[in-house]
Design a protein around this ligand. Structure first.
Ligand code: BOM
Length: 143
C-alpha cells in the first residue's frame, strides 16, 4: 500500500542528515530523501549508494557484508502503521534485487543499483508513493 511506503520512506529518510558528511552526498545531488520517488530521479551518484548504506546501518538493517539483514528490515517496516502488509513483500523484493547485483563488489555502487531495482519493482507492483503524496506529508511534518 502506497501510504505504508510513504511512511517507511519518511522514517528511513530521517537518517539522511546524519549520513550526508560520511557519504559526501551534497544537497545538489539529493535535497531530501523522498525525491527518490520522483519519476525523473536518476540513480547515478555513487554517493547516494554510500548514503543509503550509512542510513541502513543507522537502523541496523545490514549484515557484516553490507547485505540486507532480513529480520531487522522486516521489524523496521513493521514498526510503521500497517507495516505488516508490506514487510514481507519489501524484504523479498530487496533480496531479489540484491541477487541481481551480487557480482558488484563495491558496496556503494551495489546498493545504488539495488535501490534503483527496488524502486522499479515498487512502481511495477503499484506500491510506490506519488511525489505529490510525499511532498504533502513532508511539508505537514515540518510545520
Ligand atoms: O544490499 C544492500 C541492501 C540495501 C537496500 C536498499 C534498498 C533501497 C533503499 C532506498 C529506499 C528506501 C525506502 C524505504 C526503506 C526500506 C527499508
Amino acid at each position: 500500500d502506497v501510504n505504508v511506503m510513504k511512511d517507511v520512506t519518511l522514517g528511513f529518510g530521517q537518517a539522511l542528515d546524519k549520513c550526508r558528511q560520511e557519504s559526501q552526498l551534497t544537497e545538489e545531488k539529493m535535497e531530501e530523501f523522498f525525491h527518490f520517488w520522483r519519476d525523473d530521479f536518476k540513480f547515478e551518484h555513487r554517493e547516494l549508494g554510500c548514503a543509503i548504506q550509512c542510513m541502513s546501518r543507522h537502523y541496523n538493517l545490514l549484515t557484516d557484508s553490507s547485505r540486507m539483514h532480513h529480520d531487522n528490515t522486516e521489524q523496521f517496516i513493521k514498526s510503521f502503521p500497517n507495516g505488516e502488509v508490506l514487510a514481507r513483500q519489501m524484504v523479498e523484493l530487496i533480496h531479489s534485487c540484491e541477487k541481481q547485483y551480487d557480482h558488484e563488489d563495491d558496496h556503494c555502487w551495489r546498493i545504488l543499483h539495488v535501490a534503483d531495482c527496488f524502486k522499479q519493482g515498487c512502481v511495477q507492483r503499484g506500491i510506490a508513493p506519488s511525489m505529490e503524496m510525499m511532498m504533502t506529508e513532508f511539508i505537514m511534518e515540518a510545520e
